[in-house]
Design a protein around this ligand. Structure first.
Ligand code: 2BA
Length: 108
């Protein structure tokens, strides 16, 4: 069994959740915050059998877009150490995905 942890842009999270539910997967959505931009994102945790990993990754990829985000000039609130005289462009996403082995699973 595997646990997929996928960090997804908030704007894509409803589409990802809807598709996961439609294809019969259980998923939990956590409201999370990126360490660098300090902006909200959504982390999905999905427990699945090994042979379903590709299907779930496909859903995440199909519904997560890469975006360009502009960080305003001289705004130290983004990343804490970022001081720039011109706005900085950062590419965010589609999704950041971790696939972990599950040692034990049960519902008690
Ligand atoms: P943030 O940490 O807010 O990062 C937003 C975007 O800023 C990143 O997009 C990346 O393009 C850039 N970025 C992040 N850290 C940077 C750094 N130290 N120097 C330069 N640029 C940096 P993504 O890579 O698509 O990441 C989107 C979100 O996924 C991240 O939001 C974070 O919440 C999560 N994430 C990404 N990689 C991770 C990792 N290795 N471990 C845990 N969370 C991760």
């Amino acid at each position: 069994m595997k646990l997929i942890m996928a960090i997804i842009n908030n704007d894509d999270s409803t589409a990802v959740a809807d598709k996961l539910m439609a294809e019969g997967f259980y998923a939990t959505r956590l409201a999370t915050t990126g360490g660098y931009l300090k902006a909200g994102n959504t982390t999905f945790i999905v427990g699945i059998q090994d042979d379903k990993v590709d299907q779930v990754l496909g859903i995440i990829k199909e519904n997560s877009q890469q975006r360009t985000q502009i960080i305003p000039a001289a705004d130290s609130s983004f990343g804490g150490n970022l001081f720039s005289s011109t706005p900085v462009e950062v590419k965010v996403g589609g999704a950041t995905v971790f696939v972990l082995d599950i040692e034990h699973f049960e519902k008690c």
